[in-house]
Design a protein around this ligand. Structure first.
Ligand code: C2E
Ligand code: CA
Ligand code: CA
Ligand code: CA
Length: 276
């Protein structure tokens, strides 16, 4: 007994204990976050590199809790996926982002693209494609205004279901973009199996472009491959003029990053980018 207890004790160190406590604390607050109206969206501009105009925004979820303060999505979205709350939270994101996009589309009197992140559990829900179609009708948005960003987590689980959902959504005119491209285990095989509309090159390729020759080559190759496959290509995490110049010279279609604009509240987005 003493031996096993010793082993257990050495595993159960301070670090894991505090991270377990932290997790419980997060989870217990997260349960009420939606009801207490602690969740809201920020919007980050998507820029057309040819014209340098803003063609739309990516909606990014934010959580402000009175006790915990601001909690980043990387810290709570996986929790919400584990306890199933992501369905409800994801619906909140869809409703808010689509209502906002409808408002901006009317304001601009031109196309406004809204990109929304979809988690695997949401995507696998029965009738997901129909649900999205209903929401677009509800908010009177053209299907071509919506781009759903998915990651390989969605494609990993059930190939047939993912394939059907993607096809159904695309048949309606909704775009599907493969997020965080290049970071997964088998990004290339997903390009072979599914048809996407857009590739989002992960920030990790962009961050060190100036310093790292290998990153330049990889970025160049990903853009060229995307174009050959008739996909639109977005570079994420563009922070410097040099990175912007590089992706432009490689004929990348769109850019997103602090250089063009950080994620901001809806009000700020509107006054910064949409009104004269
Ligand atoms: P993502 O979808 O890859 O979103 C891009 C992340 O990069 C965002 O982090 C954004 O703030 C950050 N970013 C954008 N430009 C720059 C830049 O130039 N430099 C740097 N350093 N960062 C930049 P954020 O908002 O913290 O979101 C993290 C992740 O959380 C997202 O990664 C996405 O996977 C997830 N997420 C956010 N909102 C939602 C949501 O509504 N639903 C779901 N399922 N996931 C979401
Ligand atoms: Ca995304
Ligand atoms: Ca991404
Ligand atoms: Ca990411």
């Amino acid at each position: 007994i003493s031996k096993t207890e010793g082993v257990r004790y050495s595993f159960f160190n301070q670090d894991t204990q505090s991270s377990i406590e932290q997790r419980y604390q997060l989870e217990s607050h997260l349960v009420d976050a939606l009801n207490n109206q602690e969740l809201y969206l920020n919007y980050q501009p998507l820029v057309c590199l040819k014209t340098h105009r803003i063609l739309g925004a990516e909606a990014l979820l934010r959580w402000h809790n009175p006790v915990l303060g601001q909690v980043p999505p990387d810290k709570f979205i996986n929790l919400a996926e584990h306890n199933g709350q992501i369905i409800e939270i994801g619906n909140f994101v869809l409703h808010s982002a689509l209502a906002q996009a409808a408002h901006w589309q009317a304001l601009q009197q031109s196309d406004f693209r809204i990109a929304i992140n979809i988690s695997p559990l949401q995507f696998r829900a029965p009738n997901f494609a129909e649900h999205i179609a209903d929401l677009l009708t509800l908010y009177q948005l053209p299907t071509t205004s919506l781009e759903l960003e998915i990651t390989e987590g969605i494609l990993l689980q059930d190939e047939h279901l993912a394939h059907d959902s993607i096809k159904k959504l695309q048949a309606q005119g909704i775009r599907i973009s493969l997020d965080d491209f290049g970071t997964g285990y088998s990004s290339l095989s997903y390009l072979q199996k599914y048809s996407f509309n857009t590739l989002k090159i992960d920030r990790c390729f962009i961050t060190n472009l100036e310093k790292n020759e290998q990153d330049r080559e990889l970025t160049r190759a990903i853009i060229a491959m995307g174009k050959k496959l008739n996909l639109h290509v977005i570079a994420e995490g563009v922070e410097t003029q040099e990175q912007d110049r590089f992706i432009q010279s490689e004929d990348c279609d769109y850019g997103q990053g602090y250089l063009y604009g950080k994620p901001t509240s809806a009000d700020e987005f509107e006054s910064n980018y949409l009104t004269e």
